[in-house]
Design a protein around this ligand. Structure first.
Ligand code: NI
Length: 248
């Protein structure tokens, strides 16, 4: 069940049965020669929508631009400064709590977002405490889960890609997007086959160290079949975890 594809009476009826919603959150940033700019937003979105269809979970719109300053050396990347992202997450949350939602599960697709999402949660909880209504305020609780850290998922990624998984523009995440959008599959050759590793500093340094955008990865190994396996395991895990969170 997707919020954007629901009517307000349908959301009101959902709220009578559950106060919990799942929001995919990611980034719009370069993902190497064969990865989509939307990869980090599309991965949690693909997993969330399937989980929503299977388990009747309400899936919110995808928060699809995040912390991508270090990717700004590559065309198409869009970034939010941390203060903007925190402010936007607060407004999304306050809109939802105004309607009665009390559990917001953010399924994240981008490692660079983690610190800012955690800071946003802290701002939200301060807002509840400082609102002056104290214990009469709805008991807001947020949860952050990186999709690749869902129970069992990393094991499957390692089995599928024992060499060249790397840390950015990975064959696993490219495979997940291909499972969701088979029309974008390509067979681009990359040199070197496995990209270099190194630290992430500023945008200019990033482009010098990692000229085609990848870090330590060989995403030419990506496949729809691999993506389907990763998505299936992620969907199972997220449904189970979301249900526990909703009941907490
Ligand atoms: Ni990524």
């Amino acid at each position: 069940m997707q919020l954007q594809l629901s009517t307000w009476p349908e959301v009101e009826a959902y709220l009578a049965t559950s106060k919990a919603i799942l929001i995919p959150i990611g980034s719009t940033e370069q993902h190497g020669p064969n990865g989509l700019l939307g990869t980090d937003a599309l991965c949690p979105e693909i997993i969330a929508r399937r989980a929503g269809d299977e388990a009747g979970i309400l899936i919110g719109p995808t928060f699809n631009v995040g912390q991508a300053q270090h990717h700004m050396g590559f065309a198409g990347t869009i970034t939010l400064r941390p203060s903007t992202m925190i402010a936007a997450m607060l407004d999304w949350t306050q809109s939802l709590t105004r309607h009665g939602f009390e559990r917001i599960y953010w399924l994240n697709g981008h490692g660079g977002n983690i610190a800012t999402i955690t800071a946003a949660f802290s701002e939200m909880y301060h807002g509840v405490t400082f609102s002056g209504v104290g214990h009469n305020a709805p008991p807001l609780r947020c949860s952050l889960r990186n999709w690749w850290e869902l129970p069992g998922v990393m094991d499957i990624c390692r089995q599928l890609f024992p060499v060249g998984e790397g840390s950015h523009a990975t064959p696993s995440e490219v495979s997940v997007t291909w499972a969701g959008y088979p029309q974008v599959v390509n067979s681009i050759t990359m040199t070197p086959r496995i990209a270099p590793n190194g630290p992430i500093l500023d945008a200019d340094d990033y482009r010098r160290r990692f000229p085609d955008g990848r870090i330590g990865s060989d995403p030419s190994q990506a496949s729809i079949a691999a993506g389907e396996k990763i998505v299936a395991a992620s969907v199972r895990a997220v449904i189970s975890e979301f249900k526990q969170f909703a009941a907490s």
